[in-house]
Design a protein. Structure first.
Length: 616
């Protein structure tokens, strides 16, 4: 190909925002309406946030009684995590480890999706309105701020701001984001991802800032993202590294100079990362209660993978042309199926990747997106139930220590990210803002704007989600929010019925409502089993008869045997009390057995049956 110039010069040529005229900066959609430099970004961000609220409509972002999807499983777990981090810090506890779940052993939260940074950042909301409100607010901010951050990134490479707006819209509200918006806050709060790409670009491509400053910023952003989602951190770093390698191959003559900048910035990057996330990384790698081997069984994890049809076939999650055919893909999970692009968007992206391949940003994004899709296919490739390839690139990636716990379907994040970048640059090129762009040079700006706008609408229309999302009402007995809960000694261990075991983890909501007043057996967290392997549904540390009492087994055991076991179990683990929800299935028998074992009637108060087994 020869020397086509440095990467710096190429990217500078395509940084359209720097070449805009002042008049173009002030126009709205290219049709002559003017906005200030501050007014336009404000409207853009506000529009994204309003769209995010619309996604969750009719649930208010400040609701303390409604939750997305269900009052169970992952949503309840994430509400608990949001409460734990600020509570632990303000009470002198370790935010990365807890004894309030899986008692008496505890749980390593650094291994779990506990996003302590989000919990700490939203602490004022949690302490004033409660963690459920925090959860609802952050879900909206996740979509809106992620879209806004991508818009900001794309403004660096587009002259026509509506093109950047369309790219931000795709990134913030893609099928990947809407799917995980049901229950995975740690996978949708992504405003740091575009910032990471921008800083890496300044550091190693455009040379806009000191390598020491850029390295420190990369370390800071990496550490912050790790405190939100180690999984997203790994995917982001992998995508940026692949993109830089692609640019290094194309601009071989620039590699030596870039390596010098890389070396100068690595020290600050590692140092700031160690300060920001060092404790969490240590607990993640070496902390107590770390299971042996993978957190998930790989046979289960790797079933969540794409096939060759997923970019084309919509699911029931789309408003236009919803079909249940797509629901059968990715292990029958609409939540995990984030690969859908639709024919118009896919055609536009493929056209742009070929037509504008000389744009380094398009080249890097297109190749990274294609590689991500190949990795998303998992370890085998099949079509209509027939195996085509038994060995895929994912097999090699899955052997790496930090990637073996990532399911193939999560690579759909990078597919949508790449599509957003290519879409924005394509619309900008079609709009004809480049000095060297002859396509449409003879057309009037309004005509070019209208054509590019129509293309954006046609491309994004099939991705409109099916709304409203499923919601549930959270029922927490009033006992846990009243002064009566003070009868339970602070920090004491409580036996609860129902037992907290995913997907039924009501006691975690009870803990949070009571401001972490008591510890519980069980809970929803990755912990080691008796043989050291991982489980996210820990059993109580008790004989099988206690399991039967708690409703975990269907074995027929007499009430008398349960009474004897219970009288041995409670003092052995220094249980300070028993809490039973009388509305739970099987609660009648539990109340009868506990009453006989403790030889005292429960304290029936505000929707809860309570026995205290130790002096206050």
């Amino acid at each position: 190909m020869g020397d086509v110039g440095s990467a710096t010069g190429a990217l500078t040529n395509f940084a359209g925002s720097a070449a805009q005229s002042e008049a173009e900066n002030g126009t709205w959609w290219g049709f002559g309406f003017r906005l200030s430099r501050v007014g336009r970004p404000s409207i853009v961000v506000l529009s994204y946030l309003l769209l995010a609220c619309l996604v969750y409509w009719p649930v208010s972002p400040f609701s303390a009684t409604k939750i997305i999807d269900c009052a169970c499983s992952d949503p309840v777990q994430e509400v608990w995590f949001l409460h734990w981090a600020p509570w632990a810090v303000t009470h002198g506890s370790n935010p990365f480890f807890t004894h309030y779940l899986n008692a008496p052993r505890g749980a390593n939260l650094a291994l779990n999706t506990s996003f302590p940074l989000l919990g700490l950042a939203a602490a004022p909301i949690t302490f004033t309105a409660g963690p459920l409100v925090t959860y609802n607010v952050l879900l909206r901010l996740a979509l809106g701020l992620s879209a806004a951050a991508m818009y900001w990134l794309l403004r660096r490479y587009t002259a026509w701001w509506p093109a950047a707006y369309a790219g931000g819209l795709l990134f913030g509200f893609s099928p990947y984001m809407i799917g995980h918006a049901h229950r995975h806050l740690f996978l949708t709060f992504l405003p740091l991802v575009p910032l990471f790409i921008a800083v890496a670009d300044d550091w190693l491509v455009r040379n806009r800032r000191s390598p020491y400053v850029c390295g420190a910023l990369v370390g800071l952003l990496t550490g912050m993202e790790f405190l939100i989602s180690p999984e997203v951190t790994v995917l982001t770093v992998l995508a940026v590294v692949c993109g830089l390698v692609i640019l290094a191959v194309r601009y071989r003559h620039e590699v030596r100079r870039r390596l010098a900048r890389l070396g100068r910035g690595l020290g600050p990057a590692v140092g700031v990362l160690a300060v920001t996330a060092g404790p969490a990384i240590y607990v993640f790698l070496r902390g107590a209660q770390r299971p042996v081997g993978a957190l998930h069984r790989t046979t289960d994890l790797y079933r969540y993978r794409a096939n060759l049809a997923v970019p084309f076939v919509p699911t029931s999650g789309q408003l236009i042309d919803p079909t249940t055919v797509g629901d059968r893909f990715v292990n029958h999970s609409v939540v995990e199926n984030g690969f859908y692009l639709g024919l118009p968007l896919l055609a536009l992206v493929l056209f742009a990747a070929v037509r504008y391949w000389r744009n380094p940003f398009v080249l890097a994004a297109a190749v990274v997106g294609a590689l991500a899709f190949v990795l998303g296919l998992g370890s085998t490739l099949g079509f209509r139930g027939r195996p085509l390839l038994s060995k895929m690139p994912f097999d090699a990636v899955a052997r790496l220590p930090l990637l073996k716990n990532i399911e193939p379907a999560r690579f759909s994040l990078l597919v949508q990210l790449a599509a957003a970048i290519v879409l924005a640059v394509a619309l900008d090129e079609i709009r004809g803002n480049r000095a060297g762009n002859r396509a449409g040079a003879t057309a009037r700006p309004a005509v070019r704007s209208a054509a590019a706008s129509l293309l954006a609408v046609v491309a994004l229309l099939p991705l409109i989600p099916q709304l409203p999302l499923r919601t549930a009402t959270v029922h927490v007995p009033k006992f846990f929010t009243s002064s009566a809960v003070r009868a339970i000694p602070q920090g004491s261990l409580i036996l609860t019925y129902p037992y907290s075991k995913s997907p039924q983890n009501d006691p975690m909501l009870w803990q949070s409502a009571a401001n972490m007043r008591f510890r519980i057996f069980g809970g929803d967290a990755f912990v080691p089993t008796a043989d050291g392997t991982s489980t996210w549904r820990p059993d109580p540390p008790s004989p099988p008869n206690i399991d039967s009492l708690l409703g975990l087994r269907r074995a027929r055991v007499s009430d008398r045997a349960l009474e004897r076991r219970l009288t041995q179990f409670l003092p052995r683990y220094h249980v300070a009390g028993v809490l039973v929800d009388p509305a739970a299935n099987g609660a009648g028998r539990v109340i009868r057995v506990v009453t006989a074992a403790l030889k005292t009637a429960p304290w029936s108060i505000q929707g809860i049956e309570l026995w205290l087994t130790a002096p206050r």
